[in-house]
Design a protein around this ligand. Structure first.
Ligand code: FEO
Length: 392
């Protein structure tokens, strides 16, 4: 994509990665992504805000054709999808200095071998004059790494937020024009990237909102020229109580665990509890993550394999334990052949959530009537917990 005008002094010069399908060798990107980079021209100084993923460095450098001088490169976040092309920019503009948080200064040297002499650490609230424009730095740790910050272009009331409020969405829309589509992509992004740090996200959300930005320009996905759209969405994801909903993730080898999943799904539905159900074979990890934003209870179904949970159930439990979400109750069901420690192993993976464990249900082989009745009792327990908590 060619450079695009964001406002009188701000030009988008990043890259759209239409075909990328996996991030961090883990996160599915059904809609590709973008690495937004912005050129801000003050009357005296020119700033590049974030660089791009190294795989798209040629796009950034092509978009800088004709730009004679860059005084500062603002590095909001050291992760390579925003900093990877900084060495190329510094090579082309030998006078340019990198501005970053004190913590990022060390990390940029570690990860990208940027010479410390070319990095200037900036304090929270510090400003730098570009002539007739001013940039103000707002430290926002843990959105997404500990060193992250945002930048406020004061006179334009434009907040550059890097990962924060972003979405993995390749689109020709420079600004958010399809709010439902962007909301879905931003929720997926929040769930996968931000949710493990939700307390920090909440604090930093207030910090950015207090700037009263007219525009929020993240470094992934479209720019928000109606900031209330994304701020309100974040408030819901971070602060709203969980829904009266169970995330049921299961894997079945010979059908027994699936029979149990069917019974529990029906029993919960009959008790007025919504179920978001995922067969873990070939599951879209992003959809599971999004359900974790809202689920009050997570239940994992697994057969035993070599004395432990099925590897896909292990993966799901590790994901739940890492992303955390809002779940207050957890449980396990499944079918075993001759024994094993499936429940203990899964419980260990989610121990950090401090959620209450609802008694598991394990059937020996094909579930019998007593096993199915125990699943009904599990549904009773979950429905009662949700009701007592006033969940809707
Ligand atoms: Fe888009 Fe945490 O990098």
């Amino acid at each position: 994509m060619k450079p695009r005008v964001v406002s009188e002094r701000v030009t988008w010069v990043g890259a759209v990665d239409w075909d990328r399908r996996l991030f961090d060798s883990l996160i599915p990107l059904p809609d590709g992504t973008s690495y937004n980079s912005y050129l801000v021209r003050g009357s005296e100084k020119t700033v590049l805000v974030d660089a791009v993923d190294p795989a798209t460095r040629d796009a950034l450098m092509a978009n800088l054709t004709g730009v004679k001088k860059i005084d500062y490169v603002i590095s909001h976040h050291t992760e390579q999808d925003h900093s990877g092309a900084i060495p190329d920019v510094l090579a082309k503009y030998p006078e340019a200095k990198v501005l970053a948080t004190p913590r990022a200064a060390g990390m940029l040297a570690d990860h990208l071998a940027i010479p410390p002499a070319r990095i200037t650490a900036v304090a929270d609230g510090e400003t730098v004059s570009l002539g007739d424009r001013t940039v103000k730095f707002v430290h926002t740790p843990w959105v997404h790494w500990p060193e992250t910050m945002c930048t406020f272009l004061v006179e334009d009331r434009l907040a550059f937020t890097c990962d924060f409020f972003g979405s993995h969405l390749a689109t020709t829309d420079l600004f958010t024009r399809d709010e439902p589509r962007t909301r879905e992509a931003a929720k997926r992004y929040y769930a996968e990237i931000m949710m493990p740090f939700s307390r920090h996200v909440g604090e930093n959300m207030e910090k950015v909102a207090a700037l009263a930005p007219a525009v929020i320009a993240p470094s992934h996905g479209p720019i928000h020229d109606r900031p209330a759209f994304i701020l309100d969405a974040y408030k819901e994801w971070v602060l709203a109580p969980p829904r009266n909903m169970v995330l049921l993730a299961y894997v079945s080898m010979h059908g027994s665990t699936r029979i149990m999943a069917d019974r529990l799904t029906a029993a919960l539905a009959a008790r007025g509890v919504s179920v978001e159900r995922f067969d873990l074979v070939g599951v879209d990890l992003g959809k599971v993550a999004m359900a974790l934003v809202d689920a009050a209870t997570v239940v994992v179904g697994t057969p035993t394999v070599l004395g432990g949970p099925h590897p896909l159930a292990l993966y799901a439990a590790a994901l739940v334990g890492a992303l955390k979400g809002k779940a207050k109750w957890l449980s396990v069901f499944g079918s075993l052949s001759w024994g094993g420690k499936a429940v203990e192993t899964l419980a260990g993976l989610v121990a950090g959530m401090k959620a209450e464990i609802i008694p598991p249900v394990l059937a020996k082989g094909l579930p019998k009537e007593a096993d199915l009745a125990a699943l009904d009792a599990m549904a009773d327990a979950i429905a009662a917990k949700h009701k007592d908590a006033g969940l809707r």
